[in-house]
Design a protein around this ligand. Sequence first.
Ligand code: GDP
Length: 183
Amino acid sequence: MDSSDEEGSEEYLFKIVIIGDSAVGKSNLLSRYARNEFNPHSKATIGVEFQTQSIEIDGKVVKAQIWDTAGQERFRAVTSAYYRGAFGALLVYDITGKDTFESVRKWLDELNAHSDSTVAKMLVGNKCDLESMRQVSVEDGKSLAEAEGFFFIETSALDSTNVKQAFEIVIREIYSNVSRKVL
Ligand code: GDP
């Protein structure tokens, strides 16, 4: 985190990482949130990419630098540098792919191996527009999140359902953890 105090206006910068299996919609969640764009044929460019998004909380500018694996997970090449300094994480699965839900545990282990246990975590069941193809129930998502102490939300990057909320609940949680420590 960087924090500066210029002319009384504080600024915060937090790193957030998005993890999960290939094709669960990580890049589209980020492009929907940061640019309000959806790409039905997205082909990942290889290499880490991030977008910065600002929101105002308590009159302060809170910036989130949100990192996307940009396809590196296909080659099991998500490195410790990707996780370094993260204050928040979105663990994404696809509600139409049970295997992607089962992989959440693996992603969590990797996150825990490379980051602090205080990282704010949101379990995200993406593609909730594809209800007729659902393989993971809302209850299964909820119970995993409850057992692990994560937030939980279902999203659709396609129709924008809950995308803003998925990111901003995490940003607000990080801010509230950090401001509690500062006070
Ligand atoms: P990533 O590999 O996890 O970054 O996944 P992408 O964002 O590249 O998305 C993989 C595929 O799923 C693409 O064809 C997207 O168009 C599609 N996709 C992503 N999000 C959604 C969604 O919310 N609903 C639907 N129906 N398709 C989605």
